[in-house]
Design a protein around this ligand. Structure first.
Ligand code: EPU
Length: 416
């Protein structure tokens, strides 16, 4: 299993280009199932999860051609509308095939995702929403089986804000008969990017970016070329790494409008951040100050940045409270960060971090994607060598991390 070795203690300096957003690319690739014409998606990050989604679509009979950072898809006809357990268990976002398949083909079978490292993560709201639109849904042999004639528009209230739930139902509604109103919808920028892509395909959607999305169903959608938005979590991770190492880094092609909560907290930590049209420049002079955060749906502080901010707080001046409100088990990085010398207590869904003067390198293990990002940040700060095991978690969400951080001066290499 591949590992990452980091010799810490070097401030990150230089410029880095932000890659396309994983969590926008995945639903946008799934949206190709809605269209009987070729679709061309650009600015696609090269990540394991993207490869899994392309493989899944290919298995269903979609013609796929993946370039370095683009994917061509043609779902003129498909074979089996089935997402098998082997793929769903490696990537929960496979559930994003459910809405489009049901809407266009009147049938879908998607293996029921199990719990995962960060929490239970049910998909009841996806199922309830499709049922409200007229689909008949049963669970058979571990698969969600949906059957429908043409879906019908409906008013759907989701009692928890769900990102992929909103995306699944918004995609399904594009081909439904009549109007669908999604209430308490997710406002995440990735939902907005998907909506923009669907609109370019001919969908009639309004309200994306607010908590009420209206979709007027159409008979059919058409082919499109769409460029995926830049990844706000990758950008936020680089900003946190620059702050923790007391560096000076420019992010190019940055999603400057999607990072308000993160930028605000980094400024509170003492970083100077200059926001350009498509660039962000962070400079951190001196030791960061501890900053408390509480995760919340967008535009609140993203749960996908929680682990990285715990890492930043590990070496900050003072104590911080970091509260996780979205997932029930997202503190797996805490025990690994302690191995590097961090002082962290966990009480319920809050981590209390007392900043220390120095961390010291050690062998640690990645448990999930963002946990592994926090270990990279801590490793970049720690004195001596940190070796991170199970970095396939990291490869799910960060493209060629060692090369790109290496270009910023980090002493980092992949070990086979
Ligand atoms: N939930 C339900 N019922 C549902 C759906 C969700 O109770 O039917 C609950 C979940 O258990 C959770 C909360 O709602 O407590 C929010 O979950 P959500 O559905 O929004 O999460 P998701 O759509 O499965 C996406 C991202 C995650 C990110 C979350 C929250 C993708 C592919 N994944 O997951 O990304 O953490 O939204 O912002 O978009 C990551 O990139 O590391 C990652 C985990």
């Amino acid at each position: 299993m591949q590992k990452l070795s980091i010799q810490g203690g070097v401030p990150l300096t230089g410029a880095i280009r932000v890659a396309g957003a994983k969590n926008a690319a995945l639903p946008i690739l799934a949206a190709s199932l809605l269209v009987p014409e070729p679709v061309h998606i650009t600015n696609v990050p090269r990540l394991n999860d993207v490869r899994t989604m392309v493989k899944l679509l290919g298995l269903m009979g979609v013609k796929t051609e993946a370039g370095e950072h683009d994917v061509r898809l043609d779902a003129a006809s498909i074979g089996e509308p089935f997402a098998p357990y082997e793929l769903v268990k490696t990537m929960r976002a496979s559930i994003l095939a459910l809405g489009p398949l049901t809407a266009r083909f009147g049938e879908a079978r998607v293996s029921l995702p199990g719990g995962c490292a960060i929490g239970e993560r049910p998909v009841d709201l996806h199922i309830k929403g499709l049922t409200a639109m007229g689909a008949e849904i049963t669970i058979e042999q571990g698969n969600i089986h949906a059957k429908a004639g043409r879906l019908k528009g409906a008013r759907i209230f989701m009692d928890t804000v769900t990102v992929t739930g909103t995306e699944n139902l918004m995609m399904a509604a594009t081909l439904a008969d009549g109007e669908t109103i999604l209430e308490n919808a997710a406002r995440e920028p990735e939902v907005v990017d998907l909506a923009r892509c669907l609109v370019a395909m001919g969908a009639r959607i309004s309200g994306h970016g607010t908590d009420v999305i209206r979709v007027q169903g159409v008979e059919r959608l058409h082919g499109v070329t769409h460029s995926v938005m830049p990844d706000r979590i990758e950008a936020g991770t680089f900003l946190a790494a620059a702050a923790a190492t007391r560096g000076a880094v420019t992010l190019e092609e940055a999603p400057v409008d999607a990072l308000d909560a993160v930028i605000e907290k980094l400024r509170e930590a003492g970083a100077a951040i200059a926001v350009g049209e498509r660039t962000l420049r962070i400079t951190m002079k001196g030791r960061p100050r501890a900053v408390s955060v509480r995760t919340a749906p967008h535009p609140g502080f993203p749960t996908d940045m929680q682990a990285q901010f715990i890492a930043l707080n590990c070496v900050a001046e003072g104590a911080a409270h970091v509260t996780e409100t979205i997932f029930e088990n997202r503190f797996m990085h805490v025990q690994e960060l302690r191995r590097l010398g961090a002082h962290i207590e966990v009480e319920g869904n809050t981590a209390i971090i007392h900043g220390v003067d120095r961390l010291a390198g050690a062998a640690v293990m990645a448990t999930d994607l963002r946990a592994s990002a926090s270990l990279v940040i801590a490793g970049l700060v720690a004195e001596g060598e940190t070796v991170i095991d199970r970095i396939y978690h990291l490869d799910r969400g960060y493209e060629r991390i060692e090369e790109r951080l290496g270009a910023l001066g980090a002493r980092i290499k992949r070990l086979d």
